[in-house]
Design a protein around this ligand. Structure first.
Ligand code: BGC
Length: 452
């Protein structure tokens, strides 16, 4: 590495999880069904037949999990709240036991010096709201803001970092366009409506926060930088389409007040004309942006690929993870620098970054050697430092994930954790990558300089 790795003082080093992926007991203590409890109960939807019924049993082991984070020297923990634990029907009556679960978790984190970073929506919509149209019903902006307000009123102050939505692109692309995630629709006409309502809901929650909250609120998006496979104009246009669809679809309306023009080409007659005033709601000022980065894609024009007409060219020489994603650390630097250039200088948190590599189901002798994940982590932290060096105001990084967990429709087989979970016994074992990460957090990244 040419430049020494340096991070600002008070940089927030942490880990991330989400409710349905780790908690288990999704219906305990008065909680309602979500689109994920339904999806998982539908044969064929989760490849392995796995469900989140037990998952990492974090719902019962949260205290031990916080103690584990403390032992690893973590300064922050990003987790999500399950809407249907708080409001079992999505709107209306509040389930006190649901709030108490998260209240205890927050208090325990604070008592251990760990900053809670709370996401209000990480994909587990209450099933009762799906029955009313879910993200296709424009009323969802109000439903979401009302739900958010319950939590702001109860937890703001103890929680100083709120996120409205995790990865709206995945909610729409997986849930409404390609049908691989709950609620499993495959519909070109629904996708833009779901996206737009996600953005309106985000805006409505931020607006509610300004009335009752006193700290920070932001949005978390996933960015996958797009590089052209060649200089051919068709490939360059394909790259712009892919970038507009995945990377600018949410950020442009939030920061620039309009959708990228490419979306009209992609969706054709399925792309509605949106009311101008919606963009005032969507464009609420944010205190930070959260960016999730996993990989890049190299794009070429492919007429047959519905609906984008873009295909990714696999980079044969590169390392790929168990989810088939290319390991490409410079893409993290590029993403952060490009964000700042296009949207300006607002505080940035990398809220997810990590890798699935094979680990055995049981940790033998108390140790899990995961050199590929550790190497990947090291390189991404160096890429993060390069963005800091180039003037991006990055303030924190939360690894995906604290624990091996339910990788949505791929089940438990894809392990992203820096802590191993034995899914038969629930036992946790920090992997070598966790020990490395503890040292990164302890030295604020400087330990990586000794390794060069
Ligand atoms: C999601 C996580 C998911 C991870 C790895 C992100 O898109 O926010 O829930 O497990 O990527 O696929």
């Amino acid at each position: 590495m040419n430049k020494p790795i340096r991070f600002p003082a008070n940089f927030l080093w942490g880990t991330a999880t989400s409710a349905y992926q780790v908690e288990g007991a999704p219906l305990a203590d008065g909680a309602g069904h979500s689109i994920w409890t339904r999806f998982a109960a539908t044969p064929g939807r989760i490849a392995t037949g796995d469900t989140g019924d037990v998952a990492c049993d974090h719902y019962h082991r949260w205290k031990d999990d916080v103690a584990l984070m403390r032992r690893l020297g973590m300064k922050a923990y990003r987790f999500s709240i399950s809407w249907s634990r708080i409001l079992p029907r999505g709107t209306g009556a509040v389930n006190e036991a649901g709030i108490v679960f998260y209240e205890r978790l927050v208090d325990e984190l604070l008592a251990n010096g760990i900053e809670p970073l709370v996401t209000l929506y990480h994909w587990d919509l209450p099933a009762a709201l799906d029955d009313r149209g879910g993200w296709l019903n424009p009323d969802i902006a109000t439903w979401f803001a009302d739900y958010a307000r319950v939590l702001f009123e109860r937890l703001d102050g103890r929680v100083r970092f709120w996120t409205t939505l995790n990865e709206p692109w995945v909610v729409t692309d997986g849930g409404y366009l390609h049908g691989v995630l709950a609620p499993g629709h495959r519909n070109l006409f629904e996708a833009p409506i779901a996206s737009h309502n996600l953005l309106r809901a985000h805006g409505a929650a931020v607006k509610a926060y300004r009335e009752v909250g006193r700290h920070r609120i932001g949005l978390v998006v996933n960015i996958e930088p797009k590089y052209p496979a060649s200089g051919d104009p068709a490939d360059l246009a394909a790259t712009r389409r892919a970038d507009a669809y995945m990377n600018r679809q949410y950020l442009d309306p939030v920061f620039h007040g309009s959708y990228p023009p490419e979306l009209k080409d992609i969706f054709g007659e399925a792309w509605p004309d949106w009311p101008r005033e919606d963009f005032d709601l969507i464009g609420q000022e944010l205190d930070y942006i959260g960016i999730n980065y996993y990989t890049r894609s190299v794009c070429h024009h492919d007429e047959a690929n519905w609906p984008l007409k873009v295909a990714a060219v696999r980079q044969a020489q590169a390392t790929h993870t168990e989810t088939g994603w290319e390991v490409f650390p410079p893409g993290l630097t590029d993403t952060l620098v490009a964000f700042k250039e296009r949207y300006g200088d607002i505080p940035v948190y990398v809220m997810e970054n990590g890798s699935a590599f094979y680990d055995p189901p049981r940790a033998e002798g108390g140790r899990v050697r995961d050199p590929l994940r550790a190497d990947c982590l090291k390189k991404h932290v160096a890429a993060l430092a390069a963005a800091v060096e180039q003037g991006v105001d990055v303030r924190g990084y939360t690894v995906w994930s604290l624990l091996d967990n339910l990788e949505w429709s791929l089940g438990f087989a894809k392990r992203f954790g820096i802590v191993h979970v034995n899914f038969e016994t629930g036992e946790r074992t920090p992997k070598d990558s966790a020990l490395l990460y503890a040292n990164i957090a302890l030295t604020n990244g400087a330990c990586l300089n000794d390794e060069e």
